[in-house]
Design a protein around this ligand. Structure first.
Ligand code: RIB
Ligand code: CA
Length: 319
C-alpha cells in the first residue's frame, strides 16, 4: 500500500495525523485534497470516493485526476454509486457535467482494486493507531462501513465531516446537500457512537473566498493556477445565488482536523430527519438539551476565516 509522496513534503509522519478522506469531487473536495496534502500536518493514508456532487464514476475519476495533478501517490478506492435507500441526487448545477468542470483531466489514470469499504475496513483493522475519517460528501460509504464492520469503530479517532446545518440549508431551506443526498446514511453515522465533529454551513458560509483571493491563488504557481481555475467555474453558481464570495466547504473540514482553532464548536445533540416532506435531510441540532437526548457531536458554529485562508494558501504554495 503506497503512501502519499509529495515532493518536498516532510517524510516525518510521526507528528502527522493519520486520516482517510472520503469525498465526492466536486470542486471544493478537490481543493480540500490540495489542503490535505499541502498542509504537512496530515498523513493521508488513502482517498475513497462516493457518488454525490456527481455520479460515482466521475467522482472516482476526478479524485484520481486531482491527486495526479498534485503528485499525491496514495491508494484511491471507489465507493457507493448511490445512496442507501434513495435515488442519486447530484449537484450538476454547481459542479458541472463532469463533477469537476474546469479541471483538465490527465489521461490514463488507474486506481486500486479495493472498494472503498474494503479499503476503509482493512486500513482501520491493520492500523496500530486510531485514524480520523474525513467525509466530505454523502455519508453512504461510512454508513455501510459501520453496518458491515462495526468492530472498526474502535479504530476511529473521530469523524470530521463536512455536512449539515443548524440554520438554513442549501438544497432545501432545511437541508444541506451531503445530508440531504443520503439522510439514512447520516442517521447511521450520527447514531454510531463514534466521536463526530460536524463542519456545516453555519461555519462554511462564514469562510467565503473572494475574487481577489482567487487571483492571489492563481499567482501561487502550477497548483494554485489549477485551484483558481476550479474556483472560476465553482464560483459561478454562488455568484448566481447572490454570494459575494465562494464557500470551500470541504476544505474547512480538512482544516478543522489539524487546526482546532480554525472553527468554534459547541457540543450538541444532532438527529437526522429522514421522513419530512419539507425537512428530509435536516440535521436537527439541539444545543440546549431540550429533547433530553445525549449530545453526539461537536458542531461548528463559527470560523476564523483569515486563519483558514492562511492555512489554505500556505498549503497550496507547498504543492
Ligand atoms: O453542501 C456542501 C457540500 O455538498 C460539499 O461537500 C460539496 O462538495 C457538496 O458535496
Ligand atoms: Ca463534497
Amino acid at each position: 500500500m503506497s503512501v502519499n509522496r509529495i515532493v518536498g513534503a516532510s517524510s516525518d509522519t510521526a507528528t502527522k495525523i493519520p486520516v482517510i478522506i472520503d469525498c465526492d469531487p466536486g470542486h471544493d473536495d478537490a481543493i480540500a485534497l490540495m489542503l490535505a496534502f499541502g498542509c504537512g500536518r496530515l498523513d493521508v493514508l488513502g482517498v475513497t470516493t462516493v457518488a454525490g456532487n456527481t455520479v460515482g464514476e466521475n467522482a472516482y475519476r476526478n479524485a484520481l485526476a486531482v491527486l495526479s495533478l498534485i503528485g499525491a501517490d496514495v491508494p484511491v478506492a471507489r465507493g457507493a454509486d448511490a445512496p442507501i435507500l434513495r435515488p442519486l441526487y447530484t449537484s450538476r448545477d454547481v459542479h458541472g457535467e463532469s463533477g469537476l468542470d474546469g479541471l483538465p483531466v490527465p489521461p490514463g489514470l488507474k486506481g486500486g482494486g479495493l472498494t472503498a469499504v474494503e479499503f476503509l475496513s482493512e486500513t482501520l483493522r491493520s492500523s496500530v493507531t486510531k485514524i480520523t475519517l474525513v467525509p466530505t460528501g454523502p455519508l453512504t460509504n461510512i454508513a455501510i462501513l459501520f453496518l458491515a464492520f462495526p468492530d472498526v469503530k474502535e479504530k476511529i479517532e473521530r469523524v470530521v465531516l463536512m455536512g449539515g446545518v443548524a440554520g438554513q440549508g442549501n438544497v432545501t431551506p432545511s437541508a444541506e446537500f451531503n445530508i440531504f443526498a443520503d439522510p439514512e446514511a447520516a442517521r447511521i453515522v450520527f447514531h454510531s457512537g463514534v466521536p463526530i465533529t460536524m463542519i456545516g454551513l453555519d461555519a462554511t458560509h462564514k469562510a467565503l473566498v473572494y475574487p481577489n483571493e482567487v487571483e492571489e491563488m492563481r499567482r501561487i504557481g502550477r497548483v494554485g493556477a489549477v485551484a483558481a481555475g476550479l474556483m472560476d467555474f465553482y464560483s459561478r453558481a454562488y455568484k448566481a445565488r447572490g454570494f459575494e464570495g465562494t464557500p470551500i466547504h470541504d476544505a474547512l473540514a480538512v482544516a478543522a482536523v489539524f487546526d482546532e482553532g480554525v472553527v468554534k464548536t459547541q457540543y450538541a445533540r444532532v438527529d437526522i430527519e429522514t421522513r419530512g416532506e419539507f425537512t428530509a435531510g435536516r440535521t436537527v441540532v439541539d444545543f440546549r438539551g431540550a429533547a433530553g437526548r445525549e449530545p453526539n457531536a461537536r458542531v461548528a458554529v463559527d470560523v476564523d476565516r483569515d486563519r483558514f485562508m492562511h492555512l489554505l494558501m500556505t498549503a497550496i504554495s507547498a504543492l
